[in-house]
Design a protein around this ligand. Structure first.
Ligand code: ADP
Ligand code: MG
Length: 614
């Protein structure tokens, strides 16, 4: 090809090329326009499309509008009211900031804008086609802005051809609006497609309302709130009960500082928060909002701004995981126990009828998978558990923190499969110990593998809780009292919690200064030496230090972990049987206090399949 002189592109051509980067399809135009509305402080945003948005898009808001003199500027490249200096780029608080959206859309469509600011009596109407201003003048219009986009890509046929069917484009638009609605529960959104209302959120500020509008009330009811803060990162949102699992990640929505983002790492952190509660290769429903200093993220990575980079990936990952884990634990979902057991019953009323599991719910395992039993157990609907998440919420609203919600032992609500599983634990034939860590048992349905440490931990955890509550801790008086010197903080906590410690079985006596005499310990620790006992006490105090008040569940979980048999410890057959017997009587035999599974099952059919038997 012969050389042609280098020339700067005509701005119209440049805009048309750049438009391809920012505006890929109707949904991207909708996203940009709605983000502008949100940046303008809108409380209501209405989106209307026809023909999947190819034919017609209208976005109307009640934001602050644009002064008449500035309207043409809004359509100029790199014209923005949102950042002035390069440094502002590091702390972008608004959604758009590149000043590219309006010129890009206007370059490839017919655009009409009507806008009015509160201090203007008349609004402005401005029409621009393929980047060329056509009309400008006054118009009667409410305060706010309406942008109408007609015939998107009419002058870029290659891009037009690339679009999918109206139905598919409509779905993309609906997805975008749904995400924006969940990003901003304080804004009322409405989406109309070919005259039909597809979505309407109330804008009441409650995420649950927005989620209910997007996914339906049934799903929203089955979601539990999460809230957690660490390392200056705040995580809030709603996560679905494990039973809401999906085959793709499309119902995992992540928002960073109010902006929808895509992040496989965070999606994985959410999934890890479920631990074994989700069947393999299934994904939860989750709407997760992250808030952090904008300077610790780089949102300016991709033109569509969906991808972000974090300064400290690890901290973000850990915080999200813990948020989800804690939320699920708080709702007592982990372990598949009857959920209603997590909350005190309001008043003695007639018991709800118990349903037996529906056939598809009896299909406990996914073929070809070694499914954790907990996942199987939760497939069975716990009868009294209807609206359990709501009940847990109720309890929280009534002023219970998740730590204060009494454990399951207060309510004898058990699903049939749960009863069966207990029986299996009692009756299975113990085959032996694997790697000095797991107990292997033959059951009619297959092979059960029980983690000895975690099982014992669960048994002791429940025992400690009950003993502490009833004040009947089994104490081992020490023949030779030990002395222990504490830090000032620890000494303060011991003073504060002396009674509670006594209820657990720690008999302490002040011995001058910060030194204490230990006269008795919980019987489970009788065999421990002084150093170990001090470690246990320090753990107990540490569990309460952050909150400055007694944390019975965390304390008992600490004690249980310390006192339980360890992995690597050889158990006799009698000890294994006793452990299984005690486990079968536990209130929640299927998850340790930290939410890890206690039992996994290798189904008989799976074993046969792998040997090629049919
Ligand atoms: P950016 O949003 O990146 O600044 P845009 O091209 O999307 O760039 O918009 C250009 C400017 O037009 C914005 O900075 C804003 O001042 C103004 N604007 C656009 N849409 C609206 C709206 N709906 N309400 C008020 N002002 C708007
Ligand atoms: Mg914008």
């Amino acid at each position: 090809m012969p050389h042609r002189p280098i020339a700067v592109l005509d701005p119209h051509v440049a805009n048309r090329i750049a438009a391809g980067e920012v505006i890929e399809r109707p949904a991207s135009a909708v996203k940009e326009l709605v983000e502008n509305s949100l940046d303008a402080g809108a409380r209501r945003v209405e989106v209307e499309i026809r023909g999947g948005g190819k034919e017609y898009i209208r976005v109307t808001d009640d934001g602050h509008g644009i002064p008449r003199a500035e309207v043409p500027l809004a359509f100029e490249r790199h014209a923005t009211s949102k950042i002035a200096k390069a440094e502002d780029l590091f702390a972008v608080a608004t959604l758009g900031f590149r000043g590219e959206a309006l010129p890009s859309i206007a370059a490839v469509a017919e655009v009409e804008m009507r806008t009015r600011t509160p201090d203007q009596l008349e609004g402005t109407r401005y029409v621009i086609v393929a980047g060329v201003p056509k009309e400008s003048g006054p118009v009667g219009t409410p305060v706010g802005t309406t942008v109408i986009v007609r015939r998107l890509f009419f002058n870029t046929p290659a891009r037009y051809k690339f679009l999918r069917t109206d139905t598919t484009e409509k779905r993309y638009v609906a997805d975008v609006v749904a995400r924006l609605a969940m990003a901003r529960p304080d804004v009322a959104f409405r989406l109309l497609a070919d005259g039909r209302e597809l979505l309407a959120t109330p804008g009441d500020g409650r995420l649950a309302s927005a989620v209910a509008a997007v996914y339906g009330h049934a799903v929203a009811r089955d979601m539990v709130p999460i809230e957690f803060e660490a390392d200056t990162i705040t995580v809030q949102g709603l996560v679905g009960k494990p039973s809401l699992h999906h085959s793709t990640r499309e119902r995992v929505a992540i928002f960073l500082n109010g902006r929808w983002i895509q992040s496989n790492a965070i999606a994985r952190a959410i999934e890890n928060g479920y631990d074994t509660l989700l069947p393999p290769r299934r994904f939860p429903v989750a709407v997760v909002h992250l808030t952090m200093d904008p300077r610790s993220v780089d949102v300016n990575v991709h033109p569509a701004k969906a991808e972000v980079r974090f300064r400290d990936d690890g901290a973000v990952f850990r915080t999200v995981l813990r948020a989800v884990r804690q939320g699920l634990l708080g709702a007592n979902l982990v372990g598949g126990m009857p959920l209603a057991a997590a909350v005190p019953r309001p008043a003695a009323g007639p018991e709800e009828p118990r349903h037996s599991p529906r056939p598809e719910e009896e299909r406990a395992h996914y073929p070809g998978e070694v499914a954790p039993l907990v996942a199987a157990a939760r497939e069975t609907p716990a009868p009294a558990a209807a609206g359990a998440a709501a009940l847990a919420q109720h309890a929280r609203e009534a002023g219970f923190t998740s730590e204060e919600i009494p454990p399951g032992d207060t309510v004898p609500a058990r699903a049939p499969a749960d009863v069966d599983a207990r029986q299996v634990l009692r009756e299975m034939t113990v085959l032996g110990q694997l790697h000095r860590t797991y107990i292997l048992g033959e059951t009619p349905a297959g092979l059960w593998i029980v983690d000895q440490h975690v099982a014992h931990e669960r048994i002791l955890y429940e025992r400690f809780l009950k003993e502490a509550a009833s004040g009947q801790a089994r104490v081992q008086q020490l023949l030779m009292p030990m002395t222990m010197t504490l830090s000032p903080v620890q000494a303060g906590l011991v003073e504060l919690f002396q009674d509670k410690l006594q209820q657990l079985g720690f008999v302490l006596e002040p011995f001058g200064g910060r030194t204490y005499l230990i006269r008795g310990v919980p019987a489970a620790f009788a065999a421990h030496d002084a150093g170990q006992i001090q470690g246990v006490l320090e753990d107990v105090l540490a569990a309460c230090e952050a909150e400055g008040r007694w944390q019975p569940h965390q304390v008992c979980a600490q004690l249980a972990c310390r006192a339980a048999v360890k992995a690597g410890q050889v158990l006799s057959e009698r000890q294994m049987k006793q452990l299984l017997e005690e486990l079968s009587q536990a209130d929640n035999p299927f998850a340790c206090p930290h939410g890890r599974p206690i039992v996994i099952e290798v189904p008989r059919a799976e074993i046969a399949r792998r040997f090629g038997r049919h």
